[in-house]
Design a protein around this ligand. Structure first.
Ligand code: SAM
Length: 239
């Protein structure tokens, strides 16, 4: 599994929304910005700002790759639960597909609020609202949701995002679902999606069952009957 390719694909889904939200949050006049859980830098490398850009992740391999894709960024190895920065050090702290992966997202959001003046959570999915059409493909959604759980994620976290911001004392400015048009998939996107599905389901579903789903998926896409939608939420606010 090439994680950077996957992160690039996800970054493409949220690009338009990010441009809008960063503008609202004052990126143009920011002096310092932090991404918590920056991974391989798929989002960091696209930040268009004169601000000092910082990225933090607890995975050293991701940080090494991030150094290649975003060479001018200040990178730190650390944990979102306890950010190694003073209070209000950043104008903006943001995350992207992070909070579903942490056991205590409230604590991470509190830390982001402590170190910054504005907090943005750009994309957090809620798989409980996943739609797979036609009905024969619903099982695929169930398998993948279960696979996320097995990998340690909370697949429903997106539905709690705004509430988590309130609880962390952040003055919520805007929240909502990412427009599904942003996730229109090219043939290449579907290929990448299947790489993720096959990696997620390895060991829990037989190769034969996966292949059957893949063929059904392909056939229904060729007839424009396929719908795959995972409601994904954003929120931003001031501290
Ligand atoms: C799904 S990836 C997203 C990477 C990047 N934000 C993006 O969208 O391309 C989640 C990242 O968060 C990091 N991560 C997860 N829990 C973390 C924690 N508690 N502290 C710091 N990083 C964490 C992982 O190592 C991984 O790189």
């Amino acid at each position: 599994m090439n994680w950077h390719s996957r992160y690039l694909q996800q970054a493409a889904w949220t690009r338009d929304l990010r441009v809008y939200l960063f503008e609202q949050a004052g990126l143009a006049n920011a002096r310092s910005v932090l991404e918590v859980g920056c991974g391989t830098g798929a989002v960091l490398r696209e930040l268009n700002t004169p601000a000092a850009i910082h990225g933090l992740d607890f995975n050293p391999a991701a940080l090494s790759e991030c150094r290649i894709h975003a060479p001018s960024v200040f990178l730190a190895r650390g944990d979102g639960y306890s950010l190694p920065y003073p209070d209000k050090y950043f104008d903006i702290a943001y995350c992207h597909f992070l909070l579903l992966w942490v056991k205590d997202p409230y604590q991470v959001v509190c830390e982001m609020a402590r170190v910054s003046r504005a907090v943005l959570a750009l994309a957090e999915p809620d798989y409980s609202g996943r739609v797979d059409e036609p009905a024969g493909l619903k099982l695929l959604g169930e398998w993948q949701t279960e696979a996320l759980r097995r990998q340690g994620a909370d697949p429903k976290f997106g539905a709690q995002l705004a509430e988590t911001f309130y609880q962390a004392g952040i003055k919520l400015i805007e929240t909502g679902p990412i427009q599904s048009q942003a996730v229109m998939r090219s043939a290449e996107d579907w290929e990448n999606e299947w790489v993720v599905i096959e990696s997620d389901l390895e060991g829990s579903v037989t190769g034969q069952e996966i292949q059957k789903m893949r063929e059904l998926d392909k056939a229904t896409r060729s007839r424009n009957e396929r719908c795959l939608h995972v409601p994904t939420f954003f929120a931003w606010g001031k501290t």
